[in-house]
Design a protein around this ligand. Structure first.
Ligand SMILES: Cc1ncc(COP(=O)(O)O)c(C=O)c1O
Length: 458
């Protein structure tokens, strides 16, 4: 008999979580203006809001914390992190930042100007925010298959070369500072990008002399999918695959809260000495001195260990198999989800789930709130609220998909939790026809509104 996968770790410490009553949850949700970000964690039983910074560190990482060097400049922990990032990415220079969006802020302060366009594959919301706040535009060149939840294309994060070339032909070169490849592509469902696609994007971009940067928050999960799905890659290690991927770009931004397996942190790694110098100045202004950039020495030490653990096959197999386990349960119950199942999350198609809710009443938010009321499970809307308004017309932007994301924290929940989540969602699905009203906005911020939006029942 073929042995199933099993977690390559055992549990040394536990944290209690508490269930609540439906009446309590309804009241808490109302007081939170129907925005799940406003809930206290004590009001949540299973928290799938994000996989960002919510995972469990290993004993080796906790041990590394004790060896952290808190020197302001040139600490041993920075050296260790630098060496680890260089080994994994091949990039020469490292600038730590306090998290991924801070890396975007620093790098884009150097590279992005008013009127620029940045093509890529479904830019993440903070990435888009950092582009748009500079009056530049993010252009989505993801392949069309990504927007059909039932299309089982194995690399739904891929960039459509025709769409990309059209951008390169439409705008002058000076207006396109770089092309951004997000691995895995969070916004299209945690979907991977193939090595073949990265290579083709590089060849095309070279012809137009446009450099490639990676938004690499989940680069290790992306490499796992390449190993499992791309012909000819099956015998390579995760680190070998990741290094080849990074070789197609000139630099990366990283949210270490994902595949760094730490609770806070980020960085920029790149090869160009001039850009490094300019970015160093912005790091000092926004983050801190260039050898800590907003991170404690101990956090850099834990990150160096985490990056090595996250690029181990056995870890990735158990992590991604758990997400798939939940996804397959939902499919078994007939619930419409993005297929194939993504690396860090299962994405439910709320338009298929709640056809009675019009897009003006935010079906994905409505579903997320129903799941919370049902069982105390916090998820997140990846739909019209997140898509924000068009910065020029101020009209709502309706994305192609209205998704609810169930992001699974790393090394945190068991498969019993997955069974519980699937059962709760099935219960909501069974009464979907009774859900006929969504939400209206009472107040919203100008940008990244979903974090703080206030809603009322429609
Ligand atoms: C693809 C991607 N890029 C960037 C970020 C921003 O990182 P952070 O939350 O560390 O600021 C995220 C966070 O979820 C992400 O998923």
């Amino acid at each position: 008999m073929k042995l199933p996968y099993a977690e390559p770790f055992r549990i040394k410490m536990v944290e209690e979580i508490h269930q609540s009553t439906r009446a309590e949850r309804e009241n808490w949700l109302k007081n939170a203006d129907y925005n799940l970000f406003n809930l206290k964690s004590s009001q949540v039983f299973i928290d799938l809001l994000t996989d960002s910074g919510t995972g469990a560190m290993s004993d080796q990482q906790w041990g590394a914390l004790m060896t952290g060097d808190e020197s302001y400049a040139g600490s041993r922990s920075f050296e260790k992190l630098h060496e680890t990032v260089r080994n994994i990415s091949g990039y020469k220079y490292l600038l730590p930042t306090h998290q991924g969006r801070a890396a975007e802020n620093v790098l884009f302060s150097v590279l992005v100007k008013d009127g620029d366009v940045i093509p890529g594959n479904s830019h993440f919301d903070t990435t888009k925010g950092h582009i748009e706040i500079r009056k530049a535009h993010a252009i989505d060149c993801t392949i069309d298959e990504a927007f059909d939840i039932n299309d089982t294309h194995l690399f739904k994060g891929n960039i459509d070369l025709k769409k990309l070339e059209e951008v390169y032909n439409t705008y002058p070169k000076e207006k396109i500072p770089f092309c951004l490849i997000t691995i895995t592509c969070n916004s299209s469902g945690g979907q991977p990008v193939s090595l073949e696609n990265m290579k083709a994007v590089k060849e095309l971009s070279d012809r137009y002399r446009i450099p490639i940067y990676f938004d690499s928050a989940r680069f290790a999960e992306n490499a796992y999918f390449i190993k499992m799905r791309e012909k000819g890659q099956e015998n390579r290690t995760i680190k070998e695959i990741a290094k080849e991927a990074f070789s197609y770009g000139v630099g990366m931004t990283m949210s270490s809260k994902k595949d760094g397996l730490v609770n806070i942190g980020g960085f920029i790694a790149l090869n160009d000495a001039e850009i490094f110098k300019k970015a160093s100045n912005f790091t000092i202004i926004f983050e801190g001195f260039i050898t800590y950039g907003g991170m404690a020495g101990r956090d850099m030490a834990a990150l160096a260990v985490g990056l090595n653990e996250a690029t181990e096959f056995e870890y990735l197999e158990s992590r991604i198999s758990q997400v798939e386990y939940l996804g397959n349960k939902l499919i078994e119950y007939g619930i419409p989800v993005q297929k194939p199942i993504g690396g860090h999350a299962v994405f439910i198609d709320s338009l298929g789930f709640l056809p009675n809710i019009s897009r003006e009443e935010f079906p994905a938010q409505t579903l997320a709130n129903e799941i919370y009321k049902e069982a105390g499970i916090r998820t997140v809307e990846i739909g019209t609220l997140l898509a924000d308004r068009d910065p020029e017309t101020r009209e709502n932007r309706y994305p192609k998909l209205e998704l609810v994301r169930l992001a699974i924290p790393r090394r945190t929940y068991t498969n019993n939790h997955m069974d519980y989540i699937a059962a709760a969602i099935k219960n909501v699905y069974d009464r979907r026809n009774e859900i006929t009203k969504g939400y209206k906005i009472v107040w919203e911020s100008e940008i990244l509104r979903h974090f703080t939006v206030q809603l009322k029942e429609a």
